[in-house]
Design a protein around this ligand. Sequence first.
Ligand code: ADP
Ligand code: MG
Length: 340
Amino acid sequence: MTEQDTQANGKVLELDQVTKRYGKDAIAVDRFSQKFDTGTYVCLLGPSGCGKSSTLRMIAGHEDVTSGDIKLGDTSLINKSPAQRGTAMMFQNYALFPHLTVLDNVAFSLRMAGVGKPERHTKANELLELVHMQEFAARLPDQLSGGQQQRVALARALITKPSVLLLDEPLSALDPFLRIAMRSELSRLQRELGITFIHVTHSQDEALALADHIVLMNNAVIEQAGSPSDIFNRPQTDFVARFMGGHNVVTIDGQLSALRSDKTDLIAETADARAIPTTVEHVEYLGRTVNITVSSPQQGQLVVSVSDDQYQQRRWRPGESAGVCWNPENLHPVRLSSTH
Ligand code: ADP
Ligand code: MG
């Protein structure tokens, strides 16, 4: 999308130095600045308590900003009510009205806006079709599975035609199988609608799988933002490397670096004098890959990820001595995070 396109429809969401304090001392979000291009799938990622939900609630208007500005296009949102913002929020617990049918749940905000019954039911049916729930229109929420309730909650949020859909941990209540299925469903919806989704999650896998753009937070600030492959392959700090997983953080000649664990090799200790001497601590069989945790006096714990085939050829056992080595080209320099 070009600068001109995004300006033309005026729907770039911009957070400028947004800060949230609860009470005097607690700072939940500290000068969060970020632009979200139209039609982007954004994941707001980070450990529990880092300020993701507070950020989302400030965008939605369910929480005041302490300072800073939030703009959609040229318009500041901070003095607008949630309904006036052009954003819609899907809550973690779906919050469907138990006494209303699926159709009336979806049509609810149109009823509030004074739209007549035939028109709001037509629109609600269109949205139910979009989320593949049209045949459940007459049911009550407690006659639906968790995954179906979630589709209804999505339809209900989308009926206001938001420019930005906000989703707080939308998949966390689902079982792992359904979670993966709903992941592709969310991705399809976002592509079909062409609007911006901002999806809060603490799951690295979920963010990598879904996002065009990841904003990784820690302790109230943005630690790093970028594409999934940027964040995974070019972590800027040791925190990012450790949080995303799949990396070893090593110190070589005083330089802190990250090294992908699938690019770290385990060899017989005597095979190469340059290898770091280690002891195998434990072996985790994951199916396609096997993670072998080793420890060394200089580098502490390191994880070496090998393929199942490699592991079948050389089955490392706890207590064995092993050498760890890598191609220096795969070392990626990082700085020490200031948010620890
Ligand atoms: P996340 O969604 O990343 O887990 P939150 O935005 O919910 O993080 O919380 C960030 C910080 O703000 C936490 O320390 C949390 O305890 C605090 N916090 C969140 N909501 C409130 C509130 N309503 N009152 C006081 N503190 C809050
Ligand atoms: Mg949260």
